[in-house]
Design a protein around this ligand. Structure first.
Ligand SMILES: *Cc1c(COP(=O)(O)O)cnc(C)c1O
Length: 428
């Protein structure tokens, strides 16, 4: 495949945008080469500026669960745009999407919309601190909760790829209130709590980790966190920005039957427009301004185009609950196929999967936390990435990312992908 025009566009972008991209992981720093510029996308496919068609396994990093340019979402946005794009005043649409989200997700009474997953997590932590009148939080190494200061302590995703887990610009004062724990290690969490009695406001966790590859929680891990939180007056925050409305209509709370105190959303909830949200039972949410003392606001929060896209997306998922089973079946099929061809080609690998989230690690040991996730062979990953790209398949340009399966993928697409992996893994 040729990427001449993409390379030219990237060179032009680099002159006026730092690194040529508006979010670091889009650059091909971890795999070499230059990023592909997209012209359009439909269903399971991306069409780039050089006229190549790529099967997309990133799907805007999660939101396009029903495929690109999903007709009801596109129509909803077009119709709303004609009526005005922003008012800074309440609209009925905001109540409609809030009511639907509250009906779909267990254990929440009220939800507030923001503009990104970062904002959702940042606001959830402020709310937890205000509510508990405590300052510290526990986060897990390799979990990513957006780019706000308190979370850039061994964050996953782009932050690992670029080797800057502790970003300059995050003050020592901020960092000292973020305690770092090991994913899937309850003893570690219990020790931190014991050493910081009555100081911890919240534990924030990706209930299925997706930003160091896909790492499902060990049996008992989330139950244990729930218990430790309840016993110690700590709020449990589930960051379901990636898993919400993806692993089940009600996210991991529904899938694994665990109650969080505050839940964060992003990605799917916006249907591909910039949306985040955080939600909890009324007692907690009423702590927010204008009812309560914890301040949080946004000029474009609840924006009508974003809410129209999100509502159309949630309605589609709500109307067709079989979708989660279909997605799981497609992803399981892909997993089986990849296992078969990698084994046949004597490649050392581990595959993690839950529902429609899957990751391939080039290491034979189980990948259960940040430390084991970083052991994968990056040289093999580079060959894998570029090999697949050459076959017309787009996976994330970093070994620490989850693949997101969309309902638009056909079994032919999956077979094509498995065959391509067979071919590419013969060249390792
Ligand atoms: C993507 C992501 C975020 C950040 O969301 P943005 O919209 O990129 O700010 C937060 N938490 C998790 C788990 C995510 O996957």
């Amino acid at each position: 495949m040729k990427y001449q025009r993409s390379s030219q566009l990237f060179a032009a972008a680099e002159k006026v945008i730092p690194g040529g991209v508006n979010s670091p992981v889009r650059a091909f720093k971890a795999v070499g080469g230059t990023p592909i510029f997209v012209k359009s996308a439909k269903g399971a496919y991306l069409y780039d500026e050089d006229g190549n068609r790529l099967i997309d396994y990133i799907n805007s990093w999660g939101p396009m669960i029903l495929g690109h340019a999903y007709e009801p979402v596109v129509q909803a946005v077009i119709e709303k745009a004609k009526l005005g794009t922003s008012f800074g005043m309440p609209t009925e649409l905001e109540t409609q999407i809030a009511a639907l989200a509250v009906a779909m997700v267990p254990n929440i009474d009220k939800i507030r919309f923001v503009n990104s997953g970062t904002e959702a997590c940042m606001s959830a932590v402020r709310l937890a601190r205000g509510f508990t009148k405590r300052d510290k939080i526990i986060k897990f190494a390799g979990c990513y909760h957006g780019h706000s200061d308190s979370f850039l302590i061994q964050a996953g995703s782009g932050a690992i790829t670029f080797g800057t887990p502790n970003s300059p610009g995050v003050t020592a004062g901020t960092a000292k209130d973020t305690l770092l724990a090991k994913y899937n290690d309850l003893d570690n969490v219990a020790t931190l709590i014991a050493a910081n009695q009555d100081e911890i406001a919240a534990i924030i966790v990706e209930p299925v980790a997706g930003n160091m590859g896909c790492i499902p929680p060990n049996k008992g891990f989330l139950e244990g966190l729930r218990q430790l939180c309840t016993e110690n007056g700590i709020l449990l925050i589930f960051d379901e920005v990636m898993t919400g409305f993806r692993l089940a209509a009600g996210g991991v709370q529904e899938l694994l039957h665990i109650k969080a105190d505050i839940v964060c959303f992003g990605k799917v909830i916006g249907g591909g427009l910039p949306v985040g949200a955080f939600a909890a039972r009324a007692e907690i949410m009423n702590y927010l301004a204008p009812l309560g003392p914890v301040y949080q606001a946004g000029t474009l929060s609840g924006n009508p185009l974003a809410m129209a896209a999100g509502l159309a997306m949630l309605q589609a998922l709500d109307a067709d609950r079989e979708i989660f089973k279909r997605l799981e079946a497609k992803t399981a099929y892909l997993e089986t196929g990849i296992r078969r061809v990698l084994t046949a080609n004597n490649v050392v690998f581990t595959i993690n999967r839950i529902g429609s989230m899957i990751s391939v690690h080039f290491d034979e040991n189980p990948v259960v936390d940040f430390q084991s996730a970083t052991k994968g062979d990056n040289e093999t990953f580079k060959k894998f990435f570029h090999g697949l790209l050459n076959e017309g398949i787009y996976i994330a340009p970093s070994a620490y990312e989850t693949w997101f399966i969309t309902d638009a993928l056909t079994y032919d697409d999956l077979d094509f992908t498995i065959q391509a992996i067979d071919k590419v893994s013969q060249t390792f």
